[in-house]
Design a protein around this ligand. Structure first.
Ligand code: MLT
Length: 312
């Protein structure tokens, strides 16, 4: 088995520059093809590298008896059937910090854009209009930002918000007093955070516990003048409830990058004037894509060569 060539299937679009460690390895053959459409026999695949577009079901895993590792070039592993992977002895690794900064920056850009109606105002000028009155906004200064899920991204976002002189409060069952103090945020429970905040942004993974966490009942606790942001994962916020809350004036607006079902073409939320939307691009920067691809490439290569996986 010394000279055995490993087959690595890269199923989603990602930075080829970042994948150099596997591409340049003499032991590895890299194939860039969607796992559902590839002409490569699935029995030959030793490693699968994905982003968020490929859903790795139990069925796919079972069709790859030689599969040893799934590398997720990004953070969320909600698109992988983890139980099926474990049952089949397949290790799942991710790139937990490569896109932290890009995601925090995108979230902040969405926040700054939505309060000043920048996308709508830009659109109005492209359509030949000059509507100054329509686009009166709100200042961020002195307002309260509520961060739900205070991990790496939440913490980076908090420091950016503080630079804009905002108050930052956070809800996270794992957030300790000392970490909150270090990041100059106030710990609150979820309902208190929703009632207090002028802007609420979620930064949790999508799990059984967080699915539908921002429900119609919870949206009712928010101020009518508040905005809600989701640059984490579709499904954390109940989309239908959010649509109704904005339509009925229970909420002022929202900024959304991720959706319950993607691709989300012609999404109802995108049709609302008070909602700004982007197509799951928070991690789409040159830097983040290079980072995450490189991180999984190294992890996959090392694991195939017998080293234990670090981010399992
Ligand atoms: C992630 O989980 O890292 C993001 O959704 C980014 C991506 O899918 O590329």
């Amino acid at each position: 088995t010394e000279n055995r060539l490993f087959t690595v299937l890269v199923s989603d679009q990602m930075s080829e520059e970042g994948l150099k460690p596997v591409i340049e390895s003499e032991k590895v053959q890299v194939i860039f093809e969607n796992v559902l459409k590839t002409s490569t026999p699935l029995e030959e695949v030793d490693a699968l590298i994905i982003r968020s577009a490929t859903t790795v079901t139990a069925d796919i895993i079972e069709k790859m008896p030689n599969l040893k590792i799934i590398g997720r070039a990004g953070v969320g592993v909600d698109n992988v059937d983890l139980d099926a992977a474990t049952a089949n002895g397949v290790v799942v690794v991710n790139a937990p910090d490569g896109n932290t900064i890009s995601t925090a920056e995108h979230t902040f850009a969405m926040l700054a854009s939505v309060v000043r109606n920048i996308p709508q105002a830009n659109q109005s000028m492209k359509e030949g209009r000059w509507d100054r009155k329509l686009y009166t906004g709100t200042e961020l200064f002195g307002k309260t930002l509520g961060i739900v899920g205070f991990g790496r991204i939440g913490a980076e976002l908090a420091s950016r918000a503080r630079a804009f002189k905002m108050n930052v409060v956070a809800y996270d069952p794992f957030l300790t007093e000392s970490r909150a103090e270090k990041n100059k945020v106030t710990i609150m429970d979820l309902d208190e955070l929703l009632e207090t905040s002028d802007f609420v942004t979620v930064h949790t993974p999508l799990t059984k516990e967080t699915k539908g966490m921002i429900s119609s009942e919870r949206l009712k606790k928010m101020k009518n003048s508040a905005y809600l942001l989701n640059c984490a994962r579709g499904g954390i916020i109940d989309e239908d409830a959010l649509y109704d809350a904005i339509k009925s004036g229970e909420l002022k607006g929202a900024a959304i990058d991720v959706y319950e079902s993607e691709p989300a073409k012609n999404h109802p939320l995108a049709e609302l004037e008070q909602v700004i939307t982007t197509p799951h691009i928070a991690a789409s920067t040159d830097e983040a894509q290079l980072n995450v691809a490189e991180q999984v490439a190294v992890e996959v290569l090392e694991y195939l060569q017998g080293k234990p996986a670090p981010h399992a």
